[in-house]
Design a binder for this molecule. Structure first.
Ligand SMILES: Nc1ncnc2c1ncn2[C@@H]1O[C@H](COP(=O)(O)OP(=O)(O)OP(=O)(O)O)[C@@H](O)[C@H]1O
Ligand SMILES: [Mg+2]
Length: 262
């Protein structure tokens, strides 16, 4: 519907700062035993946005991503993906929603016994069963070329560097052309040049694909390169959220302390 009304609505929406969030998290709580990890987190990410989630080790950043992808269940609160509350969904429906999400685990989490090529092919083999083998092969090659690993497709994960493993993880996360990209410390443990290359790659992918992304990172340089919004977590809650300038201007003692040590 490309009517005048639609165009007017789009313009009004753009003026208000864009469309409805792709990822909306509200008042999320999660405990493990007596440990209260997330204590009322609320966040929203729109298409084309990258939110950097910062915070000390153990504050629940990885848990937050695992909840969004449905690998953990919240104690209370809601998570909506494209307006669908994932709480009450059937396994099949959740499976459909999960296909919209690309996830890069904190430690790349490649399948050790599979080659680089087969790691990237994995989501396609499981979710695009009707894809002809020749198309699958081409798609995997294209994904690996995109992350600069065209020449390494037959290597085993143990025979490539940490930076290359992260790239393979990224190619695998992109295999199903996700609308949502969740990255858990994409540059951790990498030298500054490799980190910069990963950042450039993420930025390029974001520009081309306009995904809604969350990146968890301890790397402020990386966060500033790839993110347009920041959320700082502490003690189970979002302490501050906004642009980097908003963080810098915050008078909250924890925010000032955190930024001083970055
Ligand atoms: N499955 C689980 N069972 C019990 N405790 C868990 C589980 N998953 C996470 N936790 C605990 O929840 C807390 C938050 O863990 P999480 O991995 O999210 O931290 P993080 O913010 O990602 O830290 P880092 O920056 O070091 O990666 C930790 O204390 C962790 O031990
Ligand atoms: Mg973590």
């Amino acid at each position: 519907m490309d009517t005048i009304e639609q165009i007017a609505m789009d313009l009004a929406e753009a003026e208000q700062g864009g469309s409805a969030p792709v990822i909306a998290v509200e008042d999320l709580h999660k405990s493990f035993g007596s440990q209260n990890v997330l204590d009322g987190i609320s966040l929203a990410v729109k298409r084309g946005e990258t939110l950097a989630v910062l915070g000390r080790s153990g504050t629940g950043k990885s848990v937050l991503l695992r909840l969004i992808i449905g690998l953990e269940t919240p104690d209370s609160g809601s998570i909506s993906i494209d307006g669908n509350e994932i709480g009450g969904l059937t396994v099949d429906r959740m499976g459909e929603i999960r296909k919209k999400m690309g996830f890069l685990f904190q430690h790349a989490a490649l399948y050790d016994s599979l080659t680089v090529r087969e790691n990237v092919a994995f989501p396609l083999r499981h979710n695009r069963k009707d894809m002809p083998q020749s198309e699958l092969t081409d798609r995997v090659k294209q994904l690996l070329a995109e992350v600069g690993l065209a020449a390494d497709l037959n290597k085993m994960p143990s025979d490539i560097s940490g930076g290359m493993q992260k790239r393979v993880g990224l190619a695998r996360a992109l295999a199903l052309e996700p609308e949502i990209l969740l990255l858990d410390e994409p540059t951790a443990g990498l030298d500054p040049i490799s980190s910069g290359e990963i950042d450039d790659l993420i930025l390029k992918l974001q520009r081309e694909r306009q995904m809604a992304s969350i990146v968890v990172t301890h790397d402020l340089h990386s966060a500033k390169t790839i993110a347009n919004r920041f959320a700082l977590l502490d003690q189970g809650d979002v302490v501050v959220e906004g642009t980097f300038e908003d963080l810098q201007q915050s008078s909250i003692p924890f925010v000032r302390e955190f930024l001083k040590h970055l």
